[in-house]
Design a protein around this ligand. Sequence first.
Ligand code: PHE
Length: 344
Amino acid sequence: MANVFDEGKAILAEIEAASPATPEEVEQFRIRFLGSKNIVKPLMGKMRDIPGDQKKDFGLLIKEIKGAAEAKYEAAKVQAEAAAEEAAAANLDLTAPGEPIEVGARHPVSITMNRIIRIFERIGFTVAEEREVEDDWHNFTAMNTPEDHPARDMQDTYYLQDSTAMLLRTHTSSVQARVMTNTQPPIRIIAPGRVYRNETISARSHCQFHQVEGLYIDKGVSFADLKQTLYHFAREMFGPGIEIRLRPSYFPFTEPSAEMDVYLGTDTERTKRLTKGTGWLEILGCGMVDPNVLANCDIDPEIYTGFAFGMGIERTALQNFDIGDIRLLFENDIRFLKQFTAAI
Ligand code: PHE
């Protein structure tokens, strides 16, 4: 039986003497001593031939062999990995060209929104931003649209679960209410942001979109001021030759209310399609702030008057960049977004 013990001791000696250095040598070592067909296994098979009084010693020897193999393997592995890393670092070619850095692109909605904001900032409006999860009062009631008001149907609303008091704002007019309740006039703000309406998603409309809203309140603000301000905006946005028209309309929070169209003509297929053959494209809603709204927000309607306007960004973005489907704006597909790198 002595030869089985000798065999075991020979294996142990081999393990102790081994010094695997490269990842390949470490792997060879693992296969030989720890792999599924390692050289210790046949030895273990001989256990049954060993006399009872020697079985325990033999078991201990096997255990020692395994322990030694595992310890050596773990240590060698760590060393080999470190050595490989060091070698790679030493081989670093500092003159090699770098990985190209991908240049990001602004989103067409941001580009359009920033253009609009800049136009109004230049004439003294400042940006006001507010929450997207809003309470019913700021979104509707303060805006002269109390519960049961039929005008609530104009904006199909997402209410928060288990609550009719909290909602996703349906327009940035909620920012008007927040600013007016916090500040006394003169107020001259522009409120950009995301809004939500429960609408069927199609190429033309989405359940989330962006608006820019403007509000100007001071003593003696008139409809003429509103019209001139919007005319200035249209010229900056579409070019000095642009024609505008104001059509009477209805919003609960403004009186009188209007919608503004710009004249794009019907010269091209695109403008024909956009304007449904009329040449006129509707771009915003506006009006004189209803005295009820001022009073709701603790501004004295006997002293102050104001105007407000609001416009959607997506339609303008689609038109500016000749994009055929609003859904592309929300998919964040890199292949789509990349195309706008040049647009600032
Ligand atoms: N809040 C209106 C809408 O979302 C737009 C608007 C704003 C109209 C301000 C008039 C004044 O449709």
